[in-house]
Design a protein around this ligand. Structure first.
Ligand code: URA
Length: 248
């Protein structure tokens, strides 16, 4: 997943480092001139040299003594905590602030794969790989997103049928929601599986059946579960196996 696969891409060293947020190409050239960019133990001398962007490059190339940041394509798996937003444009602390500061200057930029509300927790993917992002969020791909909702009022009993019907119209929408699955977990808790990602979808679905979501947690996307050992606010690089599980 991370790295360029069997045939590594070739990239100019200064462009590669500038795109990873290490500075402008001029600043990167200065790092090279100071002998701070080292490949396989030897300082590189030419900022314009082409190097192979292989998956093992971060283990072989150091910048100022630190392993190179993972090159694109990069996908992260985060346990989104409460009270952080998924958009640069929304007020408040964003999920990007939980990542290394240099990563905010990466090109292509990292963006969240869909959004979770500020007060939703759970599995969040962040990627710089456009085709991956579109494949996950496309309603046509019908990738299941599974949430656990804690509700203000007890379930009435008919919510499962209403959500499964594929006819529920949310206020202000032109098309009904695709069928969704409800599994009651207690009188005021339920697991909801949806394949779309409309604005505030889960909260609006429960509002449409006279309830109110007090807490919302996403536990899986496709076949990928939020790992139990990933604490709120923690993240790591998505492995190739996890990516395959997501689409399985
Ligand atoms: N549905 C919502 O209402 N909020 C989320 O964060 C995700 C799905």
């Amino acid at each position: 997943m991370n790295g360029a696969g069997p045939k590594p891409l070739m990239a100019r060293l200064d462009r590669l480092l500038a795109n990873l947020g290490y500075g402008s190409r001029r600043e990167v050239a200065a790092l090279v001139a100071r002998g701070q960019v080292v490949l396989d133990g030897a300082a590189l001398k030419d900022a314009g040299a082409k190097i192979a962007v292989s998956a093992d490059l971060p283990g072989r190339l150091t910048v100022a003594g630190q392993p190179l940041d993972p090159p694109a394509p990069l996908t992260l798996l985060m346990h989104k905590p409460l009270d952080v937003v998924c958009s640069h444009r929304e007020a408040g602390r964003s999920v990007y602030e939980l990542l290394p500061p240099r990563w905010r200057a990466r090109e292509p930029a990292l963006s969240t794969v869909g959004r979770l509300d500020k007060d939703t927790t759970g599995l969040l993917l962040i990627t710089d790989h456009g085709p991956f992002l579109h494949r996950v969020i496309s309603p046509r791909a019908e990738i299941a997103k599974r949430y656990v909702a804690t509700l203000d009022r007890p379930l009435r009993g008919d919510e499962g049928a209403v959500f499964a019907a594929g006819t529920l119209m949310l206020e202000g929408e032109k098309a009904p929601l695709a069928p969704a699955g409800l599994e009651p977990l207690g009188d005021k808790t339920a697991r909801l599986t949806i394949t779309e990602g409309r604005y505030h979808q889960v909260r609006r679905m429960f509002a449409a059946v006279g309830n109110h979501v007090l807490a919302l947690h996403r536990e899986s996307v496709g076949g990928l579960m939020l790992p139990a050992d990933l604490a709120p606010g923690d993240w790591r690089i998505l492995t190739a196996e996890e990516q395959a599980a997501l689409f399985a």
